[in-house]
Design a protein around this ligand. Sequence first.
Ligand code: GUN
Ligand code: FE
Length: 431
Amino acid sequence: MRKSVFILKGNIIYSKNRTGLEICEHGYLVCEDGFVKGVYQTLPFRLGGNPVCDYGDCLIVPGLTDLHTHAPQYAFRGYGMDMELLEWLEKNTFPEEARYREAEYAEKAYRIFTAGLQKSAVTRACIFATVHREAALLLMDMLEKSGLVTFVGKVNMDRNCPDDIREGTEESAKETKKWIRDVIGRKYANTAPILTPRFIPSCSDELLEKLGALAKEYRLPVQSHLSENTDEVKWVKELCPWASCYADAYDRFGLFGTESPAVMAHCVYSGENEIQRMKENGVFVAHCPESNMNVSSGIAPVRRFLDEGIRVGLGSDIAAGTTENLFAAMAHAIRASKLRWRIQDGTLKPLTVEEVFHMATKGGGSFFGKVGSFEPGYEFDAVVLDDRRLASPRLPDVRSRLERMIFLADEREVRAKFVRGEEVCSQNLKC
Ligand code: GUN
Ligand code: FE
């Protein structure tokens, strides 16, 4: 059968490693059957005759991955930012999430969330829903239609939360199994289930044991929160006196990268033991700098993780973070690392443009496989950025234009977006 090939032309930028950028000015990015064939300064003769979409002087970058966000919290972004994590969960988050038992509210709210994500430069995301199975399925149906590729989790909670959102231990495991079976039945192409114990304070050992068995049975990845806030870390010590560190409370039940891939958000207070466990188990870190500042959690030692070879991506962590704009997350990661270096620990140098770009593309993308780069064989996720809104009397080079995007861009710069070789359409995309 004839292969399906198309070509994008523009200023192509991508990462192969965390310290460098590959730049091909006015080059050709070739997609073959949904995968990157290659990046070329001059189009090879054999590829002539295929459609070329010429984006002029635009920048073309890999799609961005949001490695940690909460769909139901999109509705209260920007409210109640004067609280720390545990109070914020009690006063803001749990009451809002309880509303998702009503299909009508969930439908309205998830439509707004999905539209926001669709307009952004994000092509992949790991998403928390709520405890409600039906609402999680509704969200997955919408995301499937959006063309984005996502992991979505029905949240598990059987303790330390209000009655109207707390599940019984048996009920939580049963509903999760039913949800997994429903998802399998729907045969989604782009939407996959991920086990989502909210965090240790809201999941009993019995529940975690049951979820560990499900992870094994269905080979499902896991997402959760880890060592985010000092009061939370203290509480976990009280709840699990047997655990050698917070991570151990997941690891004991096969929920920390041994049975299946795991991504943990925050890791602000991960000590030596925990860092070694993350490394040994190949656990991904979702660094969420804006969230960590908004709810006064602290600043994660990201350079330490990178030096250890731990894979790190970026998360918006809506609604503790305010925006799905991953360019903002990149800028926040740089700013937070500078403050950490200046105020807290001079041994860990600030993060660079190259490093945060790598985290937002190939770093987080690798949770999804060969994603987040334009090296041959990678899945073809690409975003075309038109930076003409940001007028300047100068003619900056391509690297400087990328740097400017990191600090200034939002969805208005997104001119086109491709996921797995398919163009994603939304209101502001001109397709
Ligand atoms: N820890 C447990 N639940 C949450 C949540 O919804 N947001 C954040 N930032 N941390 C959490
Ligand atoms: Fe979170």
